[in-house]
Design a protein around this ligand. Structure first.
Ligand code: AMP
Length: 287
């Protein structure tokens, strides 16, 4: 049987354990999550276990990153399943704080990464990235890890966290991990379970639209508008989903581009009923 990870809810306790591990010469890896773990999370946890000596997974459904009317109340919470998956992945400690500990009623500090938070999901979910930046800053203080792992599935979030880590001088190395997909190409997400069987089939169009963008880019098209329109046409003709955005932006700054000359992220967000799905790929010339 796999070794069961420690389950800690108090910030001071996890901080002390992490510092003691580091004092004993160990490298500590941190994997922040909202729980309801799947193979995408597991890839991050396993990589952390392979690259560090002591792995901390955090499980916290962060209330302040949910916009009013979103699924905070109904977001799937599966602590027993998560504990098992963490044990299998080689996690040493699970930090699962209570919301009241993280956000006491008199807390009034928020962290904002300007610029990067504005386009894409930031535009459609106002306040979301302040919630993300605030919780990641708090987790970096509570769990003073050497390395922290995030998924490229949440591309804008990943870029924002890289920036935040530099800007706030956290001595933590950020490792970004590729998106793990279902066999039919759908990016794994806790929110996929909101899809009806019919929506689930339609949702594979996200990956197909990104494949189309890659194909068009490889065939020499450098006009982002042309690629975008073809993607919109594909999603509209193959699904009943409602497009939040399809955009091609500079892969580092997330600024608009008029021509694809340096790496560009192609980011997609589509709503299917209750589920809002996101996916992305990066277009870059070889060599
Ligand atoms: P979440 O629990 O959705 O907040 O995700 C926790 C971490 O897992 C984030 O860094 C995500 O980007 C990452 N993640 C979520 N889904 C995937 C996936 N399908 N592949 C790779 N990483 C993922």
């Amino acid at each position: 049987m796999d070794q069961q990870p420690l389950w800690v809810t108090e910030p001071r306790e996890v901080w002390a354990i992490v510092r003691a591990e580091q004092a004993a010469g160990k490298m500590v890896g941190l994997v922040p999550t909202m729980g309801n773990l799947h193979a995408g999370h597991q890839a991050l946890l396993k990589r952390a276990a392979a690259e560090t000596d002591f792995v901390v997974a955090t499980i916290f459904v962060n209330p302040i990153q949910f916009v009013q009317g979103e699924d905070f109340e109904t977001y799937p919470r599966t602590p027993d399943h998560d504990r098992e998956l963490c044990a299998q992945a080689g996690v040493d400690l699970i930090f699962a704080p209570n919301a009241a500990t993280i956000y006491p009623p008199d807390a009034c500090t928020r962290v904002q990464v300007t610029g990067l938070e504005e386009p894409l999901c930031g535009h459609h979910r106002p306040g979301h990235f302040v919630g993300v930046a605030t919780i990641v800053t708090k987790l970096f203080n509570i769990v003073p890890a050497n390395l922290a792992y995030f998924g490229l599935k949440d591309y804008q979030q990943a870029k924002l966290i890289e920036r935040l880590t530099i800007d706030l001088n956290f001595p933590i190395e950020i490792r970004l991990c590729p998106t793990v997909r279902e066999p039919d190409g759908l990016a794994m997400s806790s929110r996929n379970q909101y899809l009806s069987p019919d929506e689930r089939k339609q949702a594979t169009a996200l990956r197909r639209s990104l494949d189309l963008a890659e194909q068009r880019f490889r065939s020499g098209i450098r006009d982002p508008k042309t690629i975008r329109q073809e993607m919109v046409d594909l999603i509209r003709s193959q699904t009943g989903g409602s497009i939040d955005y399809i955009e091609l932006l500079d892969a580092q700054s997330l600024a608009a581009v008029s021509e694809i000359r340096s790496p560009v992220v192609v980011a997609v967000a589509v709503r299917f009923g209750k589920a809002r799905l996101i996916d992305n790929c990066v277009l870059a010339s070889e060599g």
